[in-house]
Design a protein around this ligand. Structure first.
Ligand SMILES: C[S@@+](CC[C@H](N)C(=O)[O-])C[C@H]1O[C@@H](n2cnc3c(N)ncnc32)[C@H](O)[C@@H]1O
Length: 329
């Protein structure tokens, strides 16, 4: 009856009387004339609606019931990226608008057609943009309290590896303690700088640094993200660095984050490291190749190093990490 009279506030729930557990309070809208005693109280705002609930306002019931709607999407800064199948794609703009209705801080929604090429950038297509906002894929993310500019349509960035970057910071701190001084850090596959940023944000941790990437767009963003008095940021092929005298045997910590090629690139990167130093790298390894890859790693580094599985990468491969502490006698 209350529903018939449009007297039920959106999303409000029946709840116990604050002073008498045996009684229940039924929510009604302000000014509703009821013959029952009423109690005025503050209630939590109604729980926000899901994007699917918003979608029901934008599409007819026949369409809503005929399709399985996407259940996952990714947030990057003020963007949402979503993968759509052929059935969902015709309703991409409605899906985008429903997501904008659900997430008030999101500026635009893009369809994610996946990563491609050597730079592992995403092909993105605009689905919806908030009124009075400009579309565009450049966005600012916050990772472990640090702000970084990125652009998923032009450069590689993955928030999924943020935990690994916390480990890199801990590794750098340990190395500084071992050497008894600030350290020199080389990140030849730096992207927009998510590994370097936490290191330079800690006072006195980094003495000098090199951040390189073959993708010119990554270097543009890296220059915006990384400010350090002794930083060299360069668009360069990592495989050529060991031919340069200014790079040879110059670094205490070497990061190798090119997971599909880390093991094959490693021999050409090793000469960059000083006699005492750490190599920390990531590699995508097929389950069937795991032992062979670990042996190869040990052969390249000339020491006993473990490949640690960090997370699953595909149905039969994993993202693995290695960390080799090399100490000259
Ligand atoms: C997996 S991403 C890692 C980026 C960054 N370290 C991060 O964690 O977000 C690999 C990066 O290597 C760059 N790259 C690919 N081949 C390269 C090469 N031969 N030399 C230098 N950079 C390269 C790509 O453009 C990409 O930014």
């Amino acid at each position: 009856m209350l529903a018939d009279a449009n007297a039920l506030p959106d999303g409000a729930r029946v709840q116990p009387h604050p002073d008498d557990e045996s009684r229940r309070l039924i929510p009604v809208i302000d000014d509703f004339d009821t013959k029952y005693p009423s109690v005025n109280m503050d209630v939590a705002p109604p729980s926000s609606r899901t994007y699917r609930e918003h979608l029901t306002d934008l599409l007819p019931p026949s369409v809503m019931s005929s399709i399985e709607w996407p259940t996952r999407h990714e947030f990057i800064g003020d963007l949402i990226l979503i993968k759509l199948d052929d059935h969902q794609r015709p309703y991409g703009s409605e899906i985008g608008n429903a997501l904008l209705l659900q997430h008030s801080r999101i500026r635009a929604v893009y369809e994610d057609h996946g990563v491609s090429g050597q730079f592992r950038v995403r092909e993105l297509e605009l689905l919806a943009v908030r009124e009075h906002s400009t579309p565009g894929t450049r966005t600012c993310i916050v990772e472990s309290g640090q702000r970084l500019w990125t652009d998923p349509a032009k450069v590689y960035y993955s928030a999924r590896l943020s935990h690994e970057r916390e480990g890199t910071l801990a590794c750098a701190q340990k190395l500084r303690a071992l050497l008894g001084r600030s350290i020199d850090v080389c990140d030849p596959y730096a992207g927009v700088g998510p590994s370097l940023k936490p290191l330079i944000s800690e006072n006195g941790l980094v003495r000098k640094l090199f951040g390189g990437d073959l993708n010119p767009s990554a270097i543009e963003l890296l220059e915006e993200n990384i400010e350090h008095p002794s930083a060299t940021l360069e668009c360069v092929d990592a495989l050529t660095l060991s031919t340069r005298n200014d790079m040879l045997a110059s670094w205490d910590l070497l990061l190798v984050n090119i997971p599909h090629d880390s093991l094959s690139h490693l021999p050409q990167l090793l000469p960059l490291l000083r006699g005492t130093g750490v190599i920390r790298g990531w590699a995508v390894v097929d389950e069937s190749d795991f032992q062979q890859s670990e042996l190869l790693l040990q052969e390249i580094l000339g020491m006993d190093v473990e490949l640690e599985i960090r997370r699953s990468y595909s149905a039969n491969s994993n993202l693995c990490r290695f960390e080799a502490w090399i100490q000259s006698e």
